[in-house]
Ligand binder design. Sequence first.
Ligand SMILES: Cc1cc2nc3c(=O)[nH]c(=O)nc-3n(C[C@H](O)[C@H](O)[C@H](O)COP(=O)(O)O)c2cc1C
Length: 221
Amino acid sequence: MADSFPFIPYQREILSDEEMITKSNAFYSYMDKRRSVRHFSDRPIPMEVIHKIILTASSAPSGAHKQPWTFCVVSDPTIKKAIRKAAEEEEYTSYNGRMSEEWLKDLAPLGTDWQKPFLETAPYLIILFRKSYDLEDGVKKKNYYVNESVGIAAGFLIAAIHHAGLVTLTHTPSPMNFLQKILNRPDNERPFLLLPVGYPTADAEVPDLERKDLSEVTVFY
Ligand SMILES: Cc1cc2nc3c(=O)[nH]c(=O)nc-3n(C[C@H](O)[C@H](O)[C@H](O)COP(=O)(O)O)c2cc1C
């Protein structure tokens, strides 16, 4: 049976240990500069870049190669306005009673509140939807490890945005089902993350956070 499916040779350049160390160091330094930014300029960015960062995200591994995701790209000001309004309504309720004291305390260093002006200012909003199942000619097709797969694709997307010299914010207005309605998505899709994409404002600031070091996040056996 396996013989009936085509395989192709997998070839990659083999690096020396030294090159590998240099490259992994450089990549770590580059990725460690990524920050979540909450102040966006309205400066336009080329659509070609949006295409390529989405293709990068969509190259992520996925359970049984189902690629169970849809990337909705919003630049229409009317839709952005509707998304901002609905997100701020949810966030207002969250910040004024729905979030626990502990949650609000954990968020305090980030300086966030219910207001989300970047949802209108950023040139593009990418809303990532998870597809709990696929529909082929009205027939339900199973997807596997959907959360894990879409989470990995989101990581690729965030890395690609950073690599393009742009910034984003991993935004999760909660609950997010208003996105399904505004964007008119089918029943098998559920909103996963909302990512504004653009340039930071010239005076953008980010919280002075520290990241855990290797020994805090790793166990070697
Ligand atoms: C799943 C997830 C959800 C998040 N949701 C929000 C959010 O709704 N609003 C927000 O301002 N930041 C949100 N963030 C961003 C985090 O606050 C941020 O990643 C964290 O503070 C670390 O900062 P850094 O991304 O600059 O390293 C979220 C991040 C993740 C991974």
